[in-house]
Design a binder for this molecule. Structure first.
Ligand code: HEC
Length: 183
């Protein structure tokens, strides 16, 4: 009796049927969380556009290019152009998604790393030893299917190499290797 008078609001509240009310407040809480997740996600995406590596196509002296330094047949030039140049030259054709972070970060990193390892536009800076190794490695990479990268080919189907393409490239690297190393 005394308890009832002291805390009437508690007793009244406990009599109210709660489950439906709780269910709706849970839903609206979830909805609020989801809405904030989307808003924060969009903000992160927008902000991310201002960060990350930048796309570059450095201008280069054409006398340094592989075409100027080695004897390249038109079929070989065509293969290098459609399958390798996007990552291994300064003549990258940037796809539209290379403008959208965070995808652009992966694309730009691949190109930067590819150019660092092998750059057809800057072939002139390679020593005789480098040329030796690179020519052999070009054949090895395409024979094993390591190049062009498997992350690249689905969006660039034309870059896939047929058996004949691989043979054309390897015949050429072997011939060039012989030519540049013979005294
Ligand atoms: C999507 C970008 C991309 C494409 C296209 C691509 N490469 Fe690469 N390539 C790379 C990256 C990144 C590396 C360095 C890391 C690695 O070896 O995986 C590399 C490394 C190499 C190396 C090793 C060089 C060294 O010093 O170790 C050779 C050789 C090579 N690529 C040849 C080719 C050839 C030939 C083609 C065309 C048939 C080609 N790549 C197409 C990205 C690419």
């Amino acid at each position: 009796m005394r308890k009832g008078i002291a805390f009437p609001h508690i007793r009244r509240q406990s009599r109210v049927a709660k489950p439906p009310q709780q269910a709706t407040s849970m839903k609206s809480r979830l909805f609020r969380i989801m809405r904030w997740t989307v808003i924060v996600g969009i903000c992160c995406l927008v902000v991310s556009q201002f960060f990350g590596p930048a796309k570059t196509n450095p201008s280069t002296d054409t006398s340094q290019s592989i075409e100027a330094r080695l004897q390249i047949t038109p079929p070989v030039a065509a293969i290098l152009d459609r399958s390798c140049n996007d990552c291994h030259s300064n003549k990258t054709r940037w796809p539209w998604y290379s403008n959208v972070a965070p995808v652009s970060w992966f694309v730009i990193n691949h190109v930067d790393e590819g150019r660092e390892n092998l750059n057809f536009s800057e072939w002139g800076r390679y020593t005789q030893r480098d040329v030796d190794g690179l020519l052999k490695q070009i054949c090895r990479e395409v024979k094993t299917g390591a190049m062009p990268l498997t992350s690249y080919t689905p969006l660039h189907p034309r870059s896939r190499l047929s058996k004949e393409d691989v043979k054309t490239l390897c015949d050429w690297t072997t011939a060039e290797h012989l030519r540049v190393t013979s005294p």
